[in-house]
Design a protein around this ligand. Structure first.
Ligand SMILES: Cc1ncc(COP(=O)(O)O)c(C=O)c1O
Length: 369
């Protein structure tokens, strides 16, 4: 017997369905790299964020000797050697004084923004920033000025600029020259490198957009569930900023510490991303990106994320379904993940794709379009 709440939610779910906005997680099984089963279909996926193709790597699935649970907030009795050693390593990778580990990028952004930004601060946020950045800014209660996508704010001392480095749904980058100018003017730069950290190198070390351009953000955010094939996220910043985050960021203070097992696994992931094999994966990724772009006639591709805008929610669902029948999985992306009127297929290329898969996928995509 449905309750009043059930009835209200059922009405709203029916409304979402009618608008082409229904969402349920697709059931994936038997995943081996980019190949998996989706319901009855055997598919090759083109929508993961596993850019370096490491999520199924045998090294990352190896049993590890570490406690499974932190047992409490790190501020109570959950701060273990695994946390401290991985944070030092992440800081060094990001070229920062210190780093703080979180269980996910979403948890990080919602609390770190609210911890660092205080209501009188002047805050500029890109119009296409990720939901976690938007929610973190809401929690900060600051008066936020939304910048048209891709526009830089006037560089000014203590003014915040909150931006993704590589925009997750559009595949374009923040302008490195503008990021540098903001820092040079003593502005505060909160740079979310969720999708770009690990894709580039500087002096032989894996890095993101900032590292590749010698930019030192006030707070550099990177996630570890994308190019690093694991889970979690970190903020890299000065000793003082990290000390403040550990003392005040609510999802750090009021949550059980990240599993030490994850911290131990992240050591393996960093070693892998930094190894000659990791470098080879980066080279494969960029070669695959070039190949796919050439087959679609896209000039100068700069990122593994390709955006294919479609005229409606239903058109995005329809193209996704037709690709699925040919053995390709590309999930339709609709509001509220992207602004109304910009539903799309977000196609991602990874190092794990084979050139023949990319060629066959591009051919089918061109045919269907
Ligand atoms: C720009 C950006 N920031 C943060 C996140 C959240 O990261 P996580 O998946 O680790 O929660 C995402 C997720 O895709 C993202 O795209």
């Amino acid at each position: 017997m449905p309750t009043s709440l059930d009835r209200r939610l059922l009405d709203q779910l029916a409304e979402q369905e009618q608008l082409g906005l229904a969402r349920t997680p697709p059931i994936i099984s038997q995943r081996r790299g980019v190949r998996y089963c989706l319901g009855d279909h055997q598919v090759v996926g083109f929508c993961s964020n596993d850019y370096l193709g490491l999520a199924n790597h045998s090294l990352l699935s190896k049993p590890l000797m570490a406690p499974s649970g932190a047992t409490a907030s790190r501020l109570v009795c959950g701060d273990l050697p695994e946390h401290r050693s991985i944070e030092l390593r992440l800081a060094s990778l990001a070229g920062a004084e210190d780093a703080v580990l979180f269980p996910s990028g979403f948890q990080l952004n919602v609390s770190v923004l609210a911890a660092l930004i205080q209501p009188p601060d002047l805050v500029h946020s890109d119009a296409l920033n990720h939901a976690s950045l938007i929610d973190g800014l809401r929690l900060s209660r600051a008066n936020v000025q939304i910048l048209p996508h891709g526009q830089a704010p006037q560089p000014k001392s203590m003014a915040w600029w909150i931006t993704e480095a590589l925009f997750s749904m559009d595949g374009d980058y923040a302008d490195p020259a503008a990021l540098r100018a903001h820092i040079a003017a003593d502005g505060c730069l909160y740079l979310d490198e969720a999708h770009s950290f690990g894709l580039f190198t500087n002096d032989g070390h894996a890095t993101g957009l900032a590292g590749a351009h010698g930019i030192k953000p006030t707070a550099l955010i990177a996630t570890l569930g994308k190019s690093f094939g694991c889970a979690g996220a970190f903020v890299a910043a000065s000793t003082t900023v990290c000390k403040w985050i550990r003392a005040t960021a609510r999802s750090f203070v009021f949550s059980t510490g990240t599993s030490p097992l994850l911290a131990a696994q992240l050591h393996q992931a960093i070693s892998l991303v930094e190894s000659p094999e990791g470098q080879l994966q980066r080279e494969r990724l960029w070669a695959n990106v070039e190949q796919f772009a050439a087959q679609l006639g896209v000039p100068n591709p700069h990122s593994p994320i390709f955006r294919l805008l479609l005229p409606s929610n239903d058109a995005a669902i329809d193209l996704s379904a037709r690709l699925l029948h040919r053995g390709w999985h590309v999930q339709a992306i609709r509001p509220p993940t992207v602004p109304h009127g910009t539903s799309r297929l977000r196609i991602t290329i990874t190092a794990a794709h084979e050139p023949n898969q990319i060629e066959a996928f591009a051919t089918d995509l061109r045919t269907l379009l």
